[in-house]
Design a protein around this ligand. Structure first.
Ligand code: F6R
Length: 614
């Protein structure tokens, strides 16, 4: 939520900053802005809307300079307009700031600053911080980094900030608490700062992920220094990035979402590569190995997540309960954190998050940790906050997901949860050797089967054309296909703005059936398995009310085909793995419907990818 990028070095900063903003645009696209130091001045340009608007606005302006900060905004405090766009200037316009996060005590600070004569030009919480920095510099006579540190001692809330001053053009000061910030150490004594590594990767693979309450002071002569909020110097921990530049490009696809849907054979394969062997009969997740014993003894697993990741957890619940016989509770992180939840000794709390930065998930984990739980993470973004506060965890290795709607992250999360459940089931002896081996072999076959499902794209495009003007849609599934129904509905509503609901198929008759008429599309997962006949009955109930049935069925199905208006076949697989296949037609369907409705597929309205505010 909000993307920040900054540069200090010898190169022209503007093109680096703009490219960086384009990479970070998935974090918010309400406005964009840049501040550049040149010839003793700070030039500030900002514009409502996307980065492209900023580029158009700045095209005939002076954009030179080798020190700059830039921001793409997801509005929290104050409307998305030019005035509230970042960067923000201090009162005397000598200091500029960019900020991702929320300053919670901004109103108290604002009143104090107003009394001291500061005039506010925006409605943002951020502007308070930059005035405060200026005020401290003036009253204490300290250098910029010290003023930033002292200002931060006075704020509560979340922040990733970068601050520059025209009085100290060799220095860039940055800090973080609960919002991510990465410092890239360039090859030419230059420095790149950003919310994630994507704007940095083409310049350097040497990065330092800032920890909470750390301040980075980057200086052209002294290099990178890191301090705690208490002013103790720390040794920067330099890591090597493994990300590939191609992963950040559309690679010939019209949208990132379509590319990411089509990447799933590879991303699922990357997710289990080296972690299982069906011939030798083993599965191993290195990241959680030391906690296996605790897992086998655990009476309860609590999974916390938001959105699509929460749906992956629901699939995980079926897997862990059925295979490993461990009681699982799946919690919305935002509810869990405010409910004084009961955590007992030996409870394991697993957070699932693509970004690893979701504020509610992070807070839920911190709460569980403070109550003595073992906390584990399943994240996609390497080095993310969740991956760093957990006791252990497993990365999904899906590669960068740029489309705001989550697709390949979901299937990778389900894959890791499957591996985890299988490995614990094996250790506990709650799965037979033959079932274990069959499931491993089935899992290894999933990428090829996903490729088969992707071949239904043209059929799905035709089906999409029939339902693109619907105002409502229902998604139904039973067992672990119920979360697939929820996920299908979420995908449709978030990118095409059609109202959609996911339901356990049998729940339909307890209310939603009243909605069904001859215009209502009902998308049903009706694959082979123990509940097949029951789902068939639910389909009959919809048909009797003239609803339109679009069913995802197992290859060769004839029964549902006779009843449904359209069927999409997926290859047969183990019932526990059906979500990995059945979710893909729904991703494609949402994609095509959104494109046909002229929606911005990769950047749907009001959304941002990394939700770093609660
Ligand atoms: C939906 C979507 C969101 C995220 C949710 C959690 O397509 O992307 O619902 O799943 O915001 O984000 P992460 O997984 O980053 O914690």
């Amino acid at each position: 939520m909000c993307g920040i990028v900054a540069y200090l070095g010898k190169k022209e900063a503007y093109p680096i900053l703009i490219k960086g903003l384009e990479r970070l645009e998935y974090r918010g696209y309400d406005s964009a802005g840049v501040a550049l130091f040149n010839n003793g001045n700070l030039n500030l340009y900002k514009k409502q809307g996307k980065v492209a608007n900023l580029v158009e606005f700045a095209k005939d302006k002076d954009t030179s300079g080798s020190l700059g900060i830039a921001h793409t905004r997801w509005a929290t405090h104050g409307e998305p307009n030019d005035r509230n766009a970042h960067p923000h200037f201090s009162g005397n316009e000598s200091i500029a700031i960019i900020h991702n996060g929320i300053i919670e005590n901004y109103d108290v600070l604002k009143e104090e600053l107003k009394k001291r004569g500061y005039v506010f030009k925006s409605d943002t919480d951020t502007e308070v911080l930059v005035h405060l920095i200026e005020d401290i510099q003036k009253s204490e006579g300290v250098k910029l980094s010290e003023a930033v540190r002292m200002a931060l001692m006075n704020v509560t809330g979340a922040y990733a900030i970068c601050v520059i001053s025209k009085d100290d053009p060799n220095t860039l000061v940055a800090a973080r608490k609960s919002s991510p910030l990465v410092v890239g150490i360039g090859r030419e004594n230059d420095f790149y700062l950003a919310s994630d590594a994507t704007p940095i990767i083409e310049y350097t693979n040497k990065v330092v992920y800032l920890d909470d309450e750390e301040i980075a002071v980057v200086n052209l002569e002294k290099g990178l220094k890191i301090y705690s909020l208490q002013d103790e110097e720390k040794t920067p921990y330099v890591q090597e990035l493994e990300m590939q530049l191609e992963a950040l490009e559309k690679g010939g696809y019209e949208h990132f979402m379509l590319k990411e849907i089509h990447e799933q054979p590879r991303s699922i394969n990357d997710c289990f590569r080296g972690r299982l062997n069906s011939v030798e009969g083993w599965v191993e997740l290195g990241g959680i190995k030391e906690f296996e014993k605790k897992f086998t003894k655990a009476k309860r697993i609590v999974m916390v997540a938001c959105g699509t990741s929460w749906h992956a957890c629901l699939v995980g619940e079926y897997l862990f309960e059925d295979l490993a016989r461990i009681n699982v509770e799946v919690e919305y992180a935002s509810e869990f954190r405010y409910r004084n939840p009961i955590i007992e000794e030996g409870d394991i709390v697993i957070a699932v998050s693509q970004s690893g930065e979701t504020a509610d998930t992070l807070a839920a984990l911190e709460l569980a940790k403070s109550k003595g739980a073992i906390i584990l993470g399943i994240c996609n973004v390497v080095g993310s906050s969740i991956s760093r506060i957990t006791h252990a965890g497993s990365y999904t290795h899906a590669g960068p997901e740029i489309g705001v709607a989550s697709t390949k992250a979901f299937t990778a999360q389900v894959t890791v949860l499957t591996l985890m459940a299988l490995s614990i089931a094996k250790k506990k002896g709650t799965i037979s050797e033959s079932k274990f081996r069959t499931m491993l072999a089935e899992l290894e076959a999933i990428p090829a089967k996903v490729s088969e499902v992707l071949k239904t794209n043209d059929l799905i495009e035709k089906i999409s054309a029939q339902y693109k003007d619907a105002s409502n849609a229902l998604y139904l599934g039973r067992g672990s296909s119920f979360p697939v129904a929820l996920e299908g509905a979420l995908k449709l509503k978030e990118i095409s703005y059609i109202h959609a609901e996911g339901y356990p198929a049998a729940e339909m008759k307890h209310g939603p059936i009243a909605l069904i008429d001859d215009e209502m599309p009902v998308f049903v997962v009706a694959t082979e398995g123990p509940s097949y006949e029951k789902v068939v009955s639910n389909i009959q109930e919809v048909k009797a009310r003239k609803g339109k049935i679009i069913a995802v069925v197992t290859e060769g199905d004839t029964q549902v085909r006779e009843m449904a208006d359209s069927v999409i076949e997926i290859p047969a697989t183990d019932e526990h793995l059906v979500p990995l296949l059945a979710t893909i037609p729904f991703q494609l369907l949402s994609y095509h419907i959104a494109v046909m409705r002229g929606c911005n597929v990769d950047q749907p309205r009001n959304l941002a990818k990394s939700v770093t505010v609660e």
